[in-house]
Design a protein around this ligand. Sequence first.
Ligand code: URA
Length: 210
Amino acid sequence: MSQHLTIVDHPLVQHKLTIMRHTDTPTAVFRQLLREISQLLAYEVTRDLAMTTKRIPTPMAEMDAPTLAGKKLALISILRAGNGLLDGVLELIPSARVGFVGLYRDEETLQPVQYYFKVPEALEDRLVIAVDPMLATGNSSVAAIDLLKKAGASNIRFLCLLAAPEGIARMKEAHPDVPIVTAAVDERLNEVGYIVPGLGDAGDRMFGTK
Ligand code: URA
């Protein structure tokens, strides 16, 4: 993937995102739409996966048919909101290994604090797709990718639903080698690090917490 930022401007993605943003959208609908959008985003983030061919018989003839080259994939959910994206992506790529990075945001400093880290072995051999719906300040995304690189990952992509310009800039500065795929880039962050207009707290909206 050569571009640092890919915005998936597909009509279905944009339509579903608008419903998700709406204040009145209930948890169950939000969750279902996140699952659907994550599959459409997964389609884009895996667009250039390595391919090979294999000889197969069809009922009519033999052919050399395209198939994935089998490069190992790791999906890394940045807890807890990452799990909402993870579920949909896993439905599309069921053989992927899965890891979790637990970071919470200190509400005063806005800095990430690590509380969990469990990832598949041999990250250095894998395409690693880190998922987190909201790229806001970029602090937790940068910290999560720092940890993944420390664990050996060198081929990383970042998949999110919404991004703020500040978060994109921060990621580009810290990890210029990590392409970002998102459904939209919003206007700005507010004074407490939330994306505006955004959709509120993604974790709260998908899990029905406050
Ligand atoms: N995390 C969220 O869930 N929402 C934001 O707007 C920013 C960070």
